[in-house]
Design a protein around this ligand. Structure first.
Ligand code: UDP
Length: 477
């Protein structure tokens, strides 16, 4: 038997990394016996960032077993206020005829047994179904994200109002505690915005797929997973098979001066003494917020490793045009901050090797924006968190991290939208020193063990799910 598994990620760091890991996983398990090959379709879009370009170059240089199929370049001009979600889906849609040609080329070499898409690649589903190619989703978020997407069409039918017009109304999504409408991701707040319809389409198309893989594991999100597999999130149609095959996180080892600086500084710190602050590939704050964090960290007296980005001044809620630039730390941080804290704090500009940092023995806490990769990376490292959501589905992730999984404490935002220095000081100190922090640390340690158990050869939940989905590719006539 032979066949191709074709993956179609979008060009965003938090999406492409785990999709490539999925490709590697398929090759490790099914290349030798079944001669499966993996092709990743690359549609270089309008918001391709330098970190994604560097990542793709690294993977193609180091993982020759994965084939990259680049679609001919196309350009679109996003409007200034367009959400990233909408830019991605529009771009995927524009690429459909290129995708059709790509399938023709790939099929000449071997049969396409499965087409695995990101949820933002939904417009590609029509091409695959025309060609009779079975399509599966790979949800790069967790089961919380999946249940929200699956249930959105039901919310849509329940009312004619936008979430933004009823912010304090409590929503009842199966598997969720009641959640205020304001916690829904920004792109679905206004049903008059095109992006709302793009995401609604995703919710509707998920149920038409052959199966849905999710980057999570049973023990981490048991309540949400049960609600989905019991069919509660799609009460009006059958739910496709759901395969929880996580955690899949980046395995790339970073090199270079910035990496050495972080790792050698951590080497000199006591065990589990450092709190790490990092806010994903797109997290940026105002100057005022950066200063509040600095004051809070200094007052807390805790050791810290902090990734600082150049602040943004304009309203950045749609995140369609964020360009990460290095900050001028002396001008940005309170006067003398770097000097006063040089013994117990390291500030790095723009980026840190997060996976390596989190798994360093000196790191004992993580202040995170609750991006799903960051959550899984902390879980695998057994590090407890302070949850400070910024965009996308992160407010939902926060609720689950704090209330269900009990792996994080919340960072409270003041009415003026800022997190005060006092709150930063309080939470960081609690995480690192309080009884509550110790309880979170112990739960995080246990969850790390559960994550490893999920991948054991005999009966691990993620291993079993992965074998099941692969069987469906093997049995695809
Ligand atoms: N990341 C990193 N260093 C940084 C910031 C981010 O290595 O300074 C990586 C992080 O390890 C994770 C990814 O970028 O794998 C961010 O993905 P996540 O889903 O957490 O957030 P997103 O960027 O999608 O909001």
């Amino acid at each position: 038997m032979e066949g191709s598994i074709v993956l179609y990620p979008i060009m965003a760091m938090g999406h492409i990394v785990s999709m490539v890991e999925l490709g590697k996983l398929i090759l490790r398990h099914y290349h030798y016996h079944y001669r499966f090959s993996v092709t990743v379709i690359i549609a270089e879009g309008p918001i391709l960032t330098p970190d994604v370009t560097a990542f793709l170059r690294h993977v193609s240089e180091t993982t020759s077993s994965i084939t990259f199929h680049h679609l001919p370049s196309l350009s679109i001009k996003p409007s200034p206020n367009q959400y990233r979600a909408s830019i991605h889906t529009e771009f995927i849609h524009l690429n459909n005829s290129n995708l059709r040609n790509a399938f023709e080329t790939i099929s000449k070499i071997s049969k396409v047994r499965a087409f695995i898409i990101d949820f933002f690649s939904t417009p590609a589903l029509s091409v695959a179904s025309d060609l009779g190619i079975p399509t599966y989703y790979f949800i790069v978020g967790g089961a919380v994200m999946l249940s929200f997407l699956l249930y959105l069409p039901i919310f849509h039918k329940q009312t004619t109002k936008s979430f933004k017009d009823v912010p304090t109304n409590h929503l009842h999504c199966p598997g969720f505690p009641p959640i205020p409408a304001s916690y829904m991701p920004d792109p679905v707040q206004d049903r008059e915005d095109q992006v709302y319809n793009d995401i609604l389409e995703i919710g509707l198309n998920l149920r038409r797929s052959k199966g849905i893989m999710v980057n999570t594991f049973e023990c981490l999100e048991s309540t949400s997973i049960k609600a989905i597999t019991d069919g509660l999130c799609v009460p009006d149609a059958p739910t496709p098979p759901v395969y929880c095959i996580g955690p899949l996180i980046a395995t790339r080892k970073h090199e270079g001066e910035a990496v050495n600086q972080c790792m050698s500084w951590l080497d000199g710190q006591p065990s589990q003494s450092v709190v790490f602050l990092s806010f994903g590939s797109r997290g940026v704050f105002s100057t005022a917020q950066v200063r509040e964090i600095a004051i809070g960290l200094e007052k807390s007296g805790q050791r810290f490793l902090w990734v600082v980005r150049k602040p943004v001044s304009e309203d950045n809620s749609k995140h369609s045009s964020v360009e990460i630039k290095d900050p001028d730390l002396d001008a940005l941080l309170p006067q003398g901050f770097l000097d006063r804290n040089k013994e117990r704090g390291l500030v790095v500009k723009s980026w840190a090797p997060q996976v390596e940092v989190l798994s360093h023995k000196s790191v004992g806490g993580f202040v995170t924006h609750c991006g799903w990769n960051s959550v899984l990376e902390a879980v695998i490292a057994g590090v407890p968190m302070v949850a400070w959501p910024l965009y996308a589905e992160q407010r939902l992730n926060k609720v689950f991290l704090v209330e269900e999984m009990k792996l994080a404490m919340p960072m409270d935002v003041s009415e003026d939208g800022l997190v005060s220095a006092a709150e930063v000081e309080k939470r960081v100190t609690e995480l690192m020193e309080s009884e509550e922090g110790s309880v979170l640390r112990e739960r995080s340690r246990k969850m790390k063990e559960e994550a490893m158990t999920a991948w054991t050869e005999c009966g691990g939940s993620s291993m079993t799910a992965f074998q099941k989905v692969a069987e469906s590719w093997i049995n695809n006539p």
